[in-house]
Design a protein around this ligand. Structure first.
Ligand code: HEC
Length: 602
């Protein structure tokens, strides 16, 4: 079953292209008279040199090398040429440029916006850490790091960088400089001055009645600092913790508002979905891991983001001794870095740095039958990433985006002639809204639990109902997102299938996050798994993921999208091959390159 292309004749344009085909990189197009257009029939195939060129451009973004072109010229017959081309394909699939092409493809396919949490625009504190700055060149401890921020007790560089602690009572005290191995550069040391280097994890509170737990951040406006109740240098004060884990070396909120720098954590959160796709592809994992996998990839700074979020729950104090940052074992990583390099896109399990992103694959939690706290959400590839959950800020938006990305759905208005029941509260069952929300809302139910304030000066990203992320008693008066939860999660709707009584018994019943029995998504039933993974499983079980993946891969590697209305049989045939090869990308790309449509050029 092959795609049939309409018969085409050579245009002047294609003649021009073939006129330069086969020339080396950087060589000018021949200026001689253009050859007369060759008569074209449906069975025309690309010349071997042009097929070679299309192959390397498709896989690596580069033209063939002189050696590859010469080898093809020297091949005596079709069989020998096929051997050369197969070799070129294998070399390309193993190249670092193929990995780079996959990252770009990942950004095209899985388009997520910026990791927007924290003050946006001119400032940023989405790292949820104290901000470190280097002491000025003219200070005694030039280059050493001190912690500052606009929301808490700050160290003044004029003093700490010169060996003195600033004391709000006016006295000055000696401050030592310490050498530490920082979490972002294992195996090296940095100097820290002032509170940054104290390594204090807790201290007696200022009024002496309790213990202050360090390691929480506080952000008010431009630059996040450390939350602390100490207000003068004579009192015990919080620090940047062991190996400076509570702090970030990326400097001010202004610096981090820049999301175009590869070195910045914020950029990494945007990059993560595309990097996971490239990782899955080059290491031969099933592409369905994009939506059901329990692992991701990330440099030290990205893994630190997950750990910092989890650490905002003071119950997770054990994270202070987490050694994720040491990179002391070899693991799979991107082909451009040694896996121990802190900039490597190292494979990791979010559950290892974030106790509420669960490794278990079938976690079920029903707030109608328990008032115990939920333990969290099972990791589900790109669906549970910080960047994507934040960029797609609410449950229905997430549902719509993932349906577009992984089920190739378009949400278009119903025809004007279609009649609907009158609208009444639930867009999934009433009004014109049903046209889209019958699909969106049963998916959105899985995306309620992770909330990113994401507003100008919003609260910490939160997993409602877990640890400190509770609904405040005064939440009607208080700001986002609490009021929105009440407005959006209305009992007796598809999005919130609970009764008024169940809500009265447990406020957190609103966050019910699995599809009740009897309902389905694309004909697939829920196995009770909560959160995004519950949806990911249904997406894969229904076959929608495979059909959409095959279309996206065809678009990228064959050169055109397939039309489900006219080419359903062809899509099915390709899906069969995709699934038979365990949904791996490379074998499927080989399949596509052997398609006659690829050999005919565009
Ligand atoms: C043509 C399809 C379509 C129709 C019809 C439709 N919606 Fe939506 N709705 C969407 C999509 C898609 C989203 C996700 C928003 C986005 O794309 O960012 C959405 C989002 C929403 C949201 C969440 C908004 C947010 O930002 O969190 C609400 C509430 C909503 N729709 C209510 C309704 C109601 C009420 C109706 C009927 C009066 C309706 N919708 C009709 C497609 C539709």
């Amino acid at each position: 079953v092959f795609a049939l292309l309409p018969e085409v004749s050579h245009s002047v344009f294609t003649s021009m292209v073939s006129g330069c085909a086969g020339e080396g990189e950087g060589e000018a197009c021949p200026t001689a008279e253009l050859p007369a257009p060759a008569p074209t029939t449906f069975t025309d195939v690309l010349s071997p040199q042009r097929l070679l060129r299309r192959t390397t451009l498709t896989l690596t973004g580069r033209p063939p090398t002189d050696a590859q072109r010469a080898a093809l010229d020297e091949a005596a017959d079709d069989a020998a040429r096929a051997v050369v081309l197969d070799g070129v394909v294998e070399e390309a699939l193993a190249s670092t440029s193929f990995y780079e092409q996959l990252v770009a493809f990942g950004h095209d396919w899985i388009k997520v916006g910026r990791y927007t949490t924290g003050a946006q625009g001119e400032a940023y504190w989405g790292h949820m850490s104290g901000s470190l700055f280097p002491c000025g060149a003219d200070s005694i401890y030039a280059g050493a790091l001190y912690v500052s921020g606009d929301a808490s007790m700050s160290d003044d560089p004029a003093d700490v960088c010169n060996g003195l602690a600033w004391d709000r009572s006016g006295a000055l005290a000696d401050v030592p400089v310490v050498e530490l191995e920082p979490w972002w550069a294992p195996g090296t040391t940095v100097r820290a001055v002032g509170r940054a280097g104290f390594q204090t994890r807790t201290h007696p509170s200022r009024d002496g009645t309790s213990t202050t737990v360090c390691g929480l951040y506080e952000g008010v406006y431009f630059t996040a600092g450390l939350r602390d109740d100490a207000n003068n240098a004579a009192l015990p004060a919080c620090s940047c913790g062991p190996n400076l884990l509570y702090c970030s070396p990326d400097g001010s909120g202004f610096a981090q508002a820049n999301s175009a720098d590869d070195n910045m954590q914020r950029r990494m959160a945007w990059d993560e979905p595309a990097r996971l796709l490239a990782h899955i592809a080059v290491h031969g994992r099933p592409l369905s891991d994009l939506v059901v996998g329990d692992y991701s990839v990330g440099p030290n700074k990205l893994r630190h983001l997950y750990l910092r979020h989890a650490r905002q729950n003071p119950a997770n104090l054990q994270l202070d001794d987490n050694t994720f940052w040491k990179n002391d074992t070899d693991v799979l990583a991107d082909p451009l870095h040694d896996s121990r390099d802190p900039m490597a896109w190292r494979e990791f399990k979010p559950s290892d740095v974030h106790p509420h992103l669960l490794a278990e694959r079938d976690y079920h939690y029903d707030p109608r039958t328990t008032t115990e706290e939920s333990r969290g959400l099972p990791t589900a590839g790109v669906l549970t990433m910080m960047g994507s959950q934040s960029a797609f800020a609410r449950e229905r938006v997430r549902a719509a985006r993932w349906l577009e990305i992984f089920a190739c759905k378009d949400f278009v208005p119903p025809p004007a002639t279609q009649e609907f029941s009158p609208f009444d509260v639930d867009p999934a069952t009433t009004g014109t809204c049903q046209h889209c929300h019958t699909l969106i809302d049963p998916v959105a139910i899985h995306f309620k639990r992770w909330d990113f304030g994401g507003h100008y000066i919003g609260p910490t990203p939160m997993m409602p109902g877990i640890g400190p992320w509770l609904i405040p008693t005064d939440y009607t008066a208080s700001q986002f997102p609490y009021a929105r939860w009440r407005q959006s999660y209305i009992p007796n709707t598809v999005l919130t299938p609970i009764t008024e009584e169940e809500l009265a018994a447990n406020e957190y019943a609103r966050f019910l996050e699995f599809l009740p029995e009897g309902q389905s998504v694309f004909g697939a039933q829920s196995d009770g798994t909560v959160g995004p993974l519950g949806f990911g499983k249904m997406l894969v079980a229904s076959g929608e993921f495979d059909r959409c993946a095959v279309r996206r891969l065809s678009e990228r590697f064959l050169g055109r999208d397939l039309d489900p209305a006219k080419e359903a049989g062809y899509i099915d045939a390709l899906v069969e091959k995709f699934v038979a090869n365990d949904r791996q990308l490379k074998p499927f790309v080989r399949t596509l390159l052997r398609e006659p449509a690829f050999g005919r050029g565009l």
